[in-house]
Ligand binder design. Structure first.
Ligand code: DAH
Length: 346
């Protein structure tokens, strides 16, 4: 029996030695040490031995059981450590590696130009009209009728204005001037607002024209407003926006909703006034239309033109951005080529 004991012991030791997985160890433990294991079977036979042998064999059996238990748990520990080391190795973090580069976006130049213009006018005492007074989808009533644009005016023609199929009189606004009407219908003078936004025109696209672009509308209505106020405000705007006094000229013009009307040109920065492709050889670039609000427009919204007067203006954001940054093609704003956009990172 003692030999049997030693044999099992040496088998078990060899098995433990050979074990390569945790599962192997569990099997060994079950095979030898569980209640149904080989040692228990032997221990059951102890009762048939003489007291002397029982003591010797019994104590040897206990000794062996203990040794095997220690050997198995030692091997468990080794496996566990190997496992842990493998895992640590796999999850090792090299904190000296450079981080992943996440490219930073930038504000679109038209957005930053709009923001800049808005803030200049805010400093001059204007506030931004509520959004609902400046919708991109308009009725002819706001886009034309109330702005004194005659029914047969060529600007209403399909060639210029995008009509929608929502209803016969619903258009994509061709100008931000409709905001003037919304504002004057909703508030009484004194009124001093600007309204930035997108406008749409059925244009042939080229380096200077796109079929949508952006304008900033301005309106100042109060008692005793004169053309001198118009000139003062717009000259001050130009001075601040370009950061220096730039050659400008006020040219007499015509708009149905202003009388008198003017267009303001800034000297072309591409050629310094000599004449180039950008300015069609004239040396000047138009940046805005303006004028004294036509008495018909005031009357239409219930403001008495004998008591109040006002001036209005509408400027092209793309034009102003092109002039400031020497951009010679309007399409660059809309292609969204990052090589172009990246240049405007602050
Ligand atoms: N709405 C005109 C356009 O798109 C620009 C304009 C001219 C606006 C004169 C005005 C103004 O407010 O008074 O060409």
């Amino acid at each position: 029996m003692k030999e049997q004991l030693e044999k099992i012991y040496s088998n078990a030791t060899a098995d433990i030695e050979k074990a390569v997985t945790v599962k192997d160890l569990e099997d060994i433990k079950f095979k030898y040490l569980s209640r149904k294991g080989e040692f228990n079977e032997i221990k059951k036979g102890l009762k048939n031995l003489s007291p002397e042998d029982k003591r010797v064999v019994g104590s040897r059996a206990n000794e062996i059981t203990q040794q095997l238990e220690t050997a198995i748990s030692e091997k468990f520990r080794v496996f566990y450590e190997q496992e842990l080391n493998k895992k640590l190795e796999k999850e090792r973090l090299d904190i000296t590696l450079p981080g992943q580069y996440i490219p930073r976006g930038s504000v679109h130049p038209l957005t930053s130009t709009t923001n800049e213009i808005v803030s200049i006018f805010q400093n001059l005492g204007f506030s931004v009209a509520p959004n609902e007074n400046s919708p991109e989808v308009e009725t002819e009533y706001f886009n034309f009728d109330m702005l004194n644009v005659p029914k047969d005016h060529p600007a209403r023609d399909m060639q210029d204005t995008f009509y929608t199929n929502v209803a016969k009189n619903v258009v994509l606004r061709s100008q931000t001037s409709g905001a003037q009407v919304h504002v004057m219908e909703n508030q009484k003078p004194p009124i001093r607002i600007i309204a930035p936004g997108r406008v749409y025109r059925n244009e042939n696209i080229n380096s200077r024209k796109n079929n949508f672009f952006h304008q900033i509308e301005g309106l100042y209505v109060d008692k005793n407003i004169t053309f001198g106020d118009l000139k003062g405000v717009l000259n001050e705007f130009i001075r601040i926006y370009f950061g220096a006094v730039r050659p400008t000229r006020f040219r007499s013009s015509f708009f149905p909703f202003t009388e008198p009307s003017a267009e303001i040109d800034v000297q072309c920065i591409m050629c310094g006034g000599k004449g180039c492709r950008t300015c069609s050889g004239t040396g000047w670039l138009e940046i805005l239309g303006a004028g004294m609000v036509d008495p018909n427009v005031l009357r239409g919204v219930g403001i008495d033109p004998d008591v109040y007067s006002g001036f209005a203006f509408g400027m092209g954001v793309e034009r102003l951005a092109m002039l400031k940054y020497a951009i010679d093609d309007i399409r660059l704003f809309f292609n969204n080529d990052v090589r172009f956009l990246e240049q405007f990172k602050k």
